[in-house]
Structure formats: C-alpha cells, structure tokens
Design a protein around this ligand. Sequence first.
Ligand code: ADP
Length: 543
Amino acid sequence: MDGLMMKGPLTIPAILRRAETVFGHKTIVTRRPDRSLHRYTYADLGQRARRLAVALAGLGVGPGDRVATLGWNHHQHLEAYFGVPMAGAVLHTLNLRLHADELAYIVNHAGDRVVLVDQDLLPLFQQIRADVNPKHVVIVEADSPPPDDMLEYEALLEAADPAAFTPLVTDEHQAASMCYTTGTTGRPKGVLYSHRAIFLHSLASLAIDTLGISESDVALPVVPMFHANAWGIPYSAAMAGATQVLPGPYLDPASLLELVQNERVTVALGVPTVWLALLQTLDTHRDDWDVSSVRMLLVGGSAAPASMIQAFEERHGLTVVHAWGMTETSPLGTVAHVPSELALAPAEQRLAVRAKQGRPAPCIEIRARGADGFVPWDGRSLGELEVRGPWVAADYFNHAGEGHAFTDDGWFRTGDIVTIDDHGYIEIHDRAKDLIKSGGEWISSVAIENALMGHPDIVEAAVIAVPHPKWVERPLAVVVARPGRTPSSEDLRAHLAARFERWMIPDAFEFLHELPRTGTGKFLKSALRARFKDYTFPDQEAW
Ligand code: ADP
C-alpha cells in the first residue's frame, strides 16, 4: 500500500523558491576582480537565475545539455548554479587550476555546449579554444567588449525576459550538475549529480551534527565552486537562508581575513593548505583582525593535522571541524564532532577524536573491506572504505571501464584506507595508492605527515614511498620549513621518534620551498613520486 503523502520532486528550483520567498532579503556578497564588494539579495539571485535560464534556452540549450563555467566564486557563478539546472541543463564546473591539456580533455569529454568564462581567465580558455568546440562562449565580468566570436554575460541577461521562464524540471532524478575528479587518481572522471542528490545533500548539511548551516550563518566558501560544488554550500546556504560571502579571485590569507572580519563570517570552508597559510598569518599578525564571529572553520579534502586544529583553538580561539568527502560523494561523507560521551573528557582525548575524519552523515552508510572481508569497527583494523547513500555516485559519466569503483552490491569503493572505531568514526590512514609498504609492513604516510606538520619549524610535509633494494619501499619525507627556520633531519627524526616505531620513520628528509599541489590545493604526491623515483637514500648502503 502506498503512503498518502505528496510527491513533490526534490529539486534545485525548490531550493531557490524557498530562498527567494522566505529569505528574499538576505544577502550575497562577492569580492569582484577590482576588489570592490558587490551585494545583492536572494530575490535578485532568483530573478537573474531565471533570466539566465531564459537566455540559455535562447542560445539553443536544451534538456541535458552541458553548460560549463570557468570561474571563481562569485554571484554570477551562483546564478549559474541555479539558472543552468533550471533550464533543464547540466552545470559543469571546470577546474581553473588544471593544465590546459586536461581542461580540454574534460570540456570535450563532457561535450560542453556553452562555456561561461571569467574575463580574467580568458587567457587560460584561449589556450584550449582551438581544441574544444562549444557553440557559445560567454564572458563574465567583461571589462571591454568581448571578442567577436564570444558573448557578454550582462548583455545576455539584460536581453532575456524572466517572465518567459518555463519550469522544465519535473523529475528529481534528472541530472543537474557535473564535476570531474582531479588528477590525484589518474584520468579525470565525471560525476553527474541529480537534483535529488543535491537537495538531500543540502538538507543534510543543515543538520547540527554535520555542518549545521542555518539562517544565522554567514558562510564563506574558500573551497572553489569548481571543487565538488564548493562542498554544497551554494545550495545549502540558500536552503537555510544563510548569507553567502564569495571571495572571488582573492584567496590569500589577508583578503580572507578581511572578509571574515568585515562581513562577520561564521563558517568558512577550505582545504588544509588554505588554513595552514591562514594560521601562519594569524600567528604573525595576531591583532590585526577580529575573527570572533567565526563559529567553525570546516576543513576537508585532505587530512587536517591535529596540531593545526589545536593551534587554531589555543592560539586564536577558533574551532576547526574536520570532515571527509569526495567529488563522488557530493561531497559530504563524514564529520568529526566530539560525541556527547566525551564532552567532559580531557582536551587531548577530544582532540584525538576531532582529528579523525568523523562519523557518517545521515543517509550515508560506511563499511571497510580488508584482504579477508569486512573489518571490525575496532579502530585498529585497516580496510578500504566503501560508502553508499542517496548523494553518492552510482557510476561515472560516459566512462567505460570504471566498474571496479563499485561493488557488486552497489557500494562505492573510495580508495581510502581507513579504520572505523566502535562509535563509527573513520580515520583515514592513506589513499590506497599512497600507502607505503616497507618490508611487508604498511606505513601510514598521513600519520607521519601530520606529526611532521606538528613540528614548530615545519609548515608542510608530504611522505612518499621510494623504491628500496632491500625493503621494497621506504618512506621519504618532503618538507617545507617555516620561513627563517632551518630544522635538521636529525631534529625531525627525533620529533618523530617520540611517536613512531623506528622502522616507520622516513629514511631521509628533503627540503623544498613549496610542495606541488593539485588543482584543488592538495599536495600532489604523484609529482613528488615522479621527481624522487630514482632517489638514493644517503645511507642506503648501510641497510
Ligand atoms: P581528488 O580525487 O581529485 O583528490 P576529491 O576532492 O574528490 O578529489 O578527493 C577525495 C579524496 O580526498 C578522498 O578520497 C580522500 O583521499 C581525500 N580526503 C578528503 N577529505 C579528507 C580528510 N578529511 N582527510 C584525509 N583525506 C581526505
């Protein structure tokens, strides 16, 4: 027997309807390329998103067509987040930090029909212009008339009649947007989000035990809108009626801190490298900014060192919340809040939990598979994390041969090697391909990196496996020292010796000025592995 409840589809237009009607007066702030601040409301957003949908239809964009963006976080990008899916089309966010060849591959693989390009990213787009074939290129924030073969965003919107908008989205399972995974795991793969997945993901992000996004929040997504939908904030903030602060192209610590102070930001979200840089700035210019409005810095994308979480709290009174997710999981997967049983536990114990990646969000199920089947939830047994849920990818877009990413019973294989404890907290020990196997024993690069980044003289650390004649692989640590500091390998070895078995400690430490990064700001270990593949450890002969 069917229940007797309404069957309204869970769609992006439904999120916008709520934002416009209930929170029409709430603000969206954007830092423009000239550094000035642009402000408008959810009511304005709704009008312009409808104009965009009408304009796209006028350009021949139909249901299922892909419309790409190559842009920073700004209000026009937000309009595309709503306007493109409302046109029945699929928003495809392009990663502006990718190499031109990879970008061209992705545009072609997705079959993008229209591309919206920020004026200041036009030189990047021109590098791939001859290799891609969109029907229309539209310039956003044009500061001069666009080239003859391109259109101008404002002119396009002005010419569109919002009253001519026809609602096209009736099925919540329809595709709404897509995002390609970046280069850390080989060829980029397209993840195709449905309206329903985005709606449910937004709803879950409002839960207090996940991100708790609420009407009173002022959200600053430092995470780019091309990285897993800026972790869903454009949609969840709209659903909650939260103010959004979009930093445009200015992601340096001083620019971010200025926004935090002046806009009274309550939640800011980004990868650890962003917060490590911000921490350094706060440490040296402690009194320059008022950050008292912040209730949470959300960190994810790669492991947040416990030392960083502690430093923000102790030195600046800022709460860092650690979360895990993937492009394939929309991305909200797990969030590490301290459980009620530990509310009064010693700080050290609470920190240990907060440094884990956390418990699954509602609707997300987890399990981990080892060589002999599923591992127990004992906080010790390592296995590959598998997840399922209504906002987890069930397949990749037009990508034959990726079947191994999904189990026969329909779970997604994350490639992350984890433990799960008896309270359901996962702890990521490595990505499967980053694990180091020395003399038959696994070494967790993440654990050593985090410990190294806890050394007062070290800012960044990546630990990679290097081939070794006797042990098959041994760890090499590649580190960046704090400016003006010159720690020795012996210092670092002694620092690690307090926490790790001798055989786990890297055999050598290489000092660089900076670590290579992926398009989403993570340390690019594949580049380090390539660079050090013929590395000879100084005392290799002694082994
Ligand atoms: P890419 O695959 O290009 O790195 P994603 O952003 O989808 O892009 O990356 C997802 C991966 O990032 C996860 O599989 C995991 O390895 C890593 N990751 C995400 N969050 C965390 C975290 N909090 N701690 C450790 N690793 C994380």
